[in-house]
Ligand binder design. Structure first.
Ligand SMILES: Nc1nc2c(ncn2[C@@H]2O[C@H](COP(=O)(O)OP(=O)(O)OP(=O)(O)O)[C@@H](O)[C@H]2O)c(=O)[nH]1
Length: 435
């Protein structure tokens, strides 16, 4: 082979190598996403942190309809048993006594005069739309950790593997759970490459779409608390409120009663939490404040019989809804779950239970989720009320609860106040988290 031919072969190889190198560098550069903050027009104020702006009031639907199936996602956590029923912790107001010597009285003291009953003024609850406005900013704790970190990472500039790892960690720390986190990160990666994101606003929009999408469900979120007709007769909607002790069952029952009364519904409250005497008193106070009737039994009475009486009273009085507050703990050796199943069966001798609301405390994270699984298996839970979202930095629990329990989150509790109950709307919720 002549030296001339060798020269040409080497030249062609060098040119090919150079072309490959340049193409590779260009592709690599394109895959890095650089985000630049947009210029803010002079004089325009800095946007204030977003709050929870649910557009409407709490959606209500008539009872008597079957809930459409909402398949649960893959379960990610299998270890540990929830502390429910007789093994649950001692309620916070259980009496505590040490051993003390007491002197026995020698003669009967004169009976104290009965205090005059104080008339409780019936409150006029604010209409739902006005109340929701007030709940802006209640998710601030969740927001500071979750939304701000994510937006900071996505808006910081080039998204390399370390950035994606940080995004994944942020989602995990916010209690989204492993399965949901993986799903969201994969969707974010796809969306961010296909939509060619170039600014923090575009990144925010992608994040909003992906997070909202992860919360969407076909199952309706309306609380079935409106009356319906059975054989031409008006039938009140029956709502059973369940959950372990301290999650906020009584408070949520009271808040929901206020929402219903504000919409001109007549409500009977059933105090089937007969374990804790104070729970019945608490419910009675709620009833008096909103102008609802309460049916209660003696302390230690059979919860099923109290629930039965409440529904009976509701049907006889022709009210619109009967809300039954159940116990998170029991006197008897019967398991809490058996007892709840009994309450439901006994109530259904009178009227169908239209809504079984499981109240979960957002601050308890994984433990609450484990408890919820037990409830779901025993009573047919139709909706979740997630309380104390104002008191946790882990707003991500909403994603996990819904995905893993296969039940829609219908209501969120955002404070201890009587009107701090909001409907759950994925878009509004994500906006509040992102700020
Ligand atoms: N911050 C905050 N506190 C709440 C919320 N919901 C309820 N609480 C508080 O949580 C505590 C427990 O609420 P309860 O309604 O008594 O709980 P429960 O599930 O009925 O409790 P048991 O009757 O013991 O089973 C109370 O101090 C409520 O004020 C909420 O959304 N946010």
């Amino acid at each position: 082979m002549s030296s001339n031919l060798w020269f040409w072969i080497i030249l062609v190889v060098v040119i090919l190598l150079a072309i490959t190198l340049v193409t590779g560098l260009t592709v690599a550069r394109r895959r890095r996403i650089t985000l630049r903050a947009p210029e803010r027009p002079e004089g325009e104020p800095k946007p204030r942190g977003g709050g929870y702006r649910a557009d409407g009031g709490i959606a209500l639907a008539p009872g008597g309809q079957e809930a459409p199936p909402h398949p649960a996602g893959e379960r990610t956590e299998v270890d540990g048993q929830p502390g429910v029923g007789d093994d649950a912790s001692v309620p916070r107001d259980a009496p505590r006594r040490g051993i003390v010597d007491v002197k026995l009285p020698t003669e009967e003291p004169a009976p104290a005069a009965e205090p005059e009953p104080v008339a409780v003024a019936v409150e006029e609850p604010e209409p739902a739309a006005g109340r929701l406005e007030r709940l802006r900013g209640r998710l601030s704790k969740s927001r500071s950790v979750f939304g701000q970190s994510l937006l900071g990472l996505l808006g910081a500039g080039d998204l390399d593997e370390d950035s994606w790892q940080d995004i994944e960690d942020t989602l995990l720390v916010a209690d989204l759970g492993a399965a949901t986190t993986t799903e969201i990160v994969e969707r974010l990666r796809t969306e961010i490459t296909t939509r060619t994101v170039r600014s923090p606003e575009e990144a925010r929009q992608v994040l909003r779409d992906v997070l909202t999408g992860a919360l969407e469900t076909d199952a309706p979120r309306a609380v079935r608390a409106l009356p319906h007709t059975v054989d031409g007769q008006k039938q009140p909607a029956v709502v059973l409120v369940a959950g372990v002790n301290g999650t906020g069952k009584t408070t949520t029952t009271g808040k929901l009663a206020r929402v219903l009364v504000a919409q001109d519904s007549r409500v009977v409250l059933g105090a089937a939490d007969t374990f804790r005497a104070a729970a019945a008193d608490q419910l009675q106070t709620w009833a008096e404040r909103v102008g609802a009737e309460v049916v209660r039994g003696k302390e230690g009475a059979d919860p099923a019989s109290v629930a039965f009486d409440a529904v009976k009273r509701g049907v006889e009085a022709g009210v619109d809804a009967v809300l039954i507050d159940t116990a998170g703990r029991l006197h008897t050796k019967t398991g809490l779950m058996d007892e709840l199943g009994k309450v439901k069966r006994v109530v259904e001798k009178q009227a169908k239970v239209d809504e079984v609301l499981l109240v979960l405390d957002a601050t308890t994270g994984q433990n609450g989720l484990a408890q919820a699984r037990v409830f779901r298996e025993v009573i047919d839970v139709t909706g979740i009320a997630l309380t104390k979202l104002d008191g946790t930095a882990k707003g991500g629990i909403v994603f996990q609860v819904q995905r893993e329990l296969g039940v829609p989150v219908k209501l969120v509790g955002l404070g201890e106040g009587p009107d701090d109950l909001a409907p759950f709307e994925p878009g509004a919720f994500v906006d509040a988290l992102l700020g």
